[in-house]
Each structure stands twice: as structure tokens, then as C-alpha cells.
Write a protein of this length. Sequence first.
Length: 245
Amino acid sequence: MPIRYSRPLHLPMALGLPALIVIGLLLLEFTNFDMWLARLSYDRHVGRFLGHHSYFLENVLHDGAKQIVIGIALLSLLAFGLSFFNRRLSGWRRELGCIALSMALSTSFVTPLKAVTAVQCPWSLTQFGGSETYSKVFDSRPDTSHPGRCWPGGHAATGFTLFALYFALRDRRPRLARYAFGLALGLGLLFSVGRMLQGAHFFSHNVWTAVFCWWICLGTYYLVLRNRSAYKLEDCPAPRKEILR
């Protein structure tokens, strides 16, 4: 079956645009935007966040959706293993391995980084009925017997880790790759907003997560698939510019 390859990845854009976002996040540290946005999600009259007792946000969008994404990761790992025995899957072995590795790396960094940074969640802060003192990401942490575990956003990573699908598909199935990118971005944003409504994260926590997941998936793509995608479009036969396997 003919395979249509996409244009090579524009590396300066793939690295540069997230870098600009990081600059924006660093500038955001000099503002109170995170706190202002969190206050919009907090109902002062009842003393809790708008999504605090939401069945949909907690059981469906958090727990249920997480299990689905974990299932995608496990299926990709299983398919990668089967590719050594199945001819149809063998042609996609690199892509399947790239998905499994990218998803593992772009979720496993979250917990250790949370432990190191010890950033408090909004729901733990005195401004929102908690007992902890607010500090920004790069501030020194106030003394406490209950260090925070809220930066970067863990559930956001569950969505943004699907950038792995985009990179695995972009060279061989460009249209599907675009859909995968939209899925990853959409789910990541949806999960982020859901957790913000619950008081679990500030806005910037989730944006940092998106950048980290993108860079990790990009790095894995170059590590695993770069050799396969290194070609020139003008070398492809006209008019459809396809390469036959």
C-alpha cells in the first residue's frame, strides 16, 4: 500500500514557539494572573470552588478519562510487542515504540517534579479556605509541614501526552496526525480547565505541562523516527509524491 509522507518537521518552529510560551510564562510570574483566574472559579458564598463536588469533573473527566488514556498507552505498548511477530504491525514498529515511549516519559516526569518544587494547590491556600501560604512557582517556599504537590499539572499531562500520536503519525499519515494533534490539545485543555474549576491547579501549571509534554514527545520523535523521516519531498515521484514500501 502506498504511503504518503509529509514535509519534514520545521524544527525551529517546533522548538521556538514553545520557547516563546515559556518566556510568556516567566513574565506571568510578575503578575497576579493565576490568582485572579483562580478567584473566578471560587464561590466565596459557599466557600469552595465551583467544581469541588462535581461528579462529572471528578469521576468522568478526571478518573474515567485518565483510564482511557492509560489504555491507549498500554495498547500501543502491546502492539509494539506484537509487531515482532505480526507482519502487518511490523511496518509500524518504530511508530508504536515512539508512542509508548513518549507517553511513558511525558507522564513520568510529573510526580518527581512535583516533589522537588512543592508548589501548593489553590484549594490548600488561605485565600480559598485552606491553611497554606501562597507562593509562585519560582519563589522560595514558606515553612510548612504539608508541602504542595501541584506543579506541574498532572491531569493535564494525561491529555497533552497524546502529542505522542501526532508525532508518530505525522510522517506517514499527515491528516490523521492533524486530528491527533487536535485531540491532544483539546483534551489537555479540557482536563486543565476541569482541574482549575476544582481548585487543583493554577492556569500556568497546566501551560507548563503542555510545553514539557510537547518537548518530550518531540525529543522522542527525533530519537526514534528521525532517520525514517529524513528525506526530501523533491525526491518523491510526481505527481502524488508517494513512497512505496
